[in-house]
Ligand binder design. Structure first.
Ligand SMILES: Cc1cc2nc3c(=O)[nH]c(=O)nc-3n(C[C@H](O)[C@H](O)[C@H](O)COP(=O)(O)OP(=O)(O)OC[C@H]3O[C@@H](n4cnc5c(N)ncnc54)[C@H](O)[C@@H]3O)c2cc1C
Length: 348
């Protein structure tokens, strides 16, 4: 997998750039900047690079080998990687943190580097808030997929993964994560998989993938939303309400139905996980003036292609900013830290 193709490496430049997050956005930015001759350091909490592509997307869709080759190319180009290193400011505990062995503060990076790119993705699953969600056998699909992927590539033992054999799996949602949990469910031996979506198939950006799953035997129920998970000790079923769409909004009706279930996996969205919490609601312009840039899923949901394009676009902006503003003089560290504080304390 090529994150960046460098045709000719530029002369060394006198600026150092830190990139937080080695997903598609951070890796493409690292490739661009290393190719232009900048000193690039990538900080990544996981043991290797690739982000969701390495640690979320199923191995049958994108093999880890391809991701590793792409990261190796960037190392050869001169990008410096600091794996198992989490950058912290006010970060809460997030998915994947167990892999971090070192913690480095955002302030320290601000003092040691000329510019910063935050490309930390969206690793916090949106929680389903209905009765019964705490029953055993109910999972958020992102965590489940992450654990399955870690088992497939040798970081986890399989006894941490639920047994899918002969089970009926109900998947709530119709995005990439829902699709992938259905794919893994089938591969792990589930007898039946039912996907349920509160809108219509046509509304899903993953409709092509879902059509393929339907042709392979996955059941897809559209216009229904879960209201309650049923079971004693473990999950036994899910109660849904039918929905209709009015002026783009989902309206829940009084018409209910039940589905039996042995495993429920909900994939109802992911939230950005920036080392500066809620940072995206802050004025990005203020942060840019302090030399802090953002790219990829941490800004808003993207896909691999758009995250890579955005990584490259932000890297170009960083370059322009470095050349025009000579940041060390215009924004000394204390000023940058103060701006970050203003954003955290006042604006969000
Ligand atoms: C299950 C699933 C399936 C998908 N399928 C597809 C698909 O088929 N096609 C497609 O185009 N897109 C797909 N996507 C979306 C795609 O994976 C993302 O849009 C893309 O990975 C975003 O790239 P990113 O670099 O912004 O973030 P990520 O890939 O999430 O990478 C962010 C990186 O930052 C690291 N990080 C986070 N916080 C810190 C910190 N504080 N310190 C250090 N490191 C940190 C994380 O460990 C991670 O490695 C899928 C997503 C998921 C979850």
């Amino acid at each position: 997998m090529k994150f960046y193709i460098c045709r000719e490496k530029g002369e060394p430049k006198p600026f150092r750039i830190a990139i937080i997050g080695a997903g598609p956005a951070g890796l493409t930015a690292a490739g661009y900047l290393a190719c232009r001759g900048y000193e690039v350091h990538v900080y990544e909490k996981m043991p290797e690079g690739g982000g969701m592509v390495a640690f979320g997307i199923p191995e049958v869709r994108i093999p880890i080998k391809a991701v590793r080759e792409g990261v190796k190319d960037l190392e050869k180009l001169g990008a410096n990687f600091h794996f198992r290193t989490k950058v912290v400011y006010d970060s809460p505990r997030e998915l994947g943190d167990e892999w971090a062995e070192r913690f480095i503060s955002l302030e320290r990076l601000l003092s040691e580097f000329d510019a910063l790119l935050i490309a930390t993705g969206a690793w916090r699953p949106r929680k389903l808030k209905i009765p019964g969600v705490e029953l055993s056998g109910v999972y958020d699909a992102l965590t489940l997929l992450h654990h399955i992927k870690m088992a497939r590539i040798g970081y986890y033992s399989w006894d941490r993964i639920p047994d899918f054999k002969g089970k009926h799996v109900v998947v709530i949602g119709a995005g990439y994560t829902a699709v992938d949990v259905a794919i893994e469910g089938r591969l792990l031996g589930a007898e039946k998989i039912t996907m349920v979506y509160r809108r219509g198939l046509e509304h899903s950006y993953a409709k092509a993938e879902i059509r393929k799953l339907i042709s392979e035997g996955v059941e897809f129920i559209e216009f229904a939303t879960p209201v309650r998970i049923i079971g004693e000790g473990g999950v036994q079923g899910v109660e849904f309400a039918k929905t209709r769409i009015e002026e783009g909004n989902v309206i829940t009706t009084d018409e209910h139905f039940l589905l039996d279930a042995d495993i429920v996996a909900y994939a109802i969205g992911q939230l950005p996980t920036s080392p500066i919490r809620e940072v995206v609601c802050a004025s990005e312009e203020i942060l840019k003036d302090a030399g802090i840039f953002f790219a990829g899923d941490v800004v808003a949901p993207r896909n691999i292609g758009t995250a890579m394009r955005e990584g490259k676009a932000r890297a170009k902006e960083i370059e322009e900013w470095l050349l025009k503003k000579a940041p060390k003089r215009v924004f000394p560290v204390s000023m940058a830290a103060r701006l970050v504080n203003q954003v955290i304390n006042g604006k969000c």
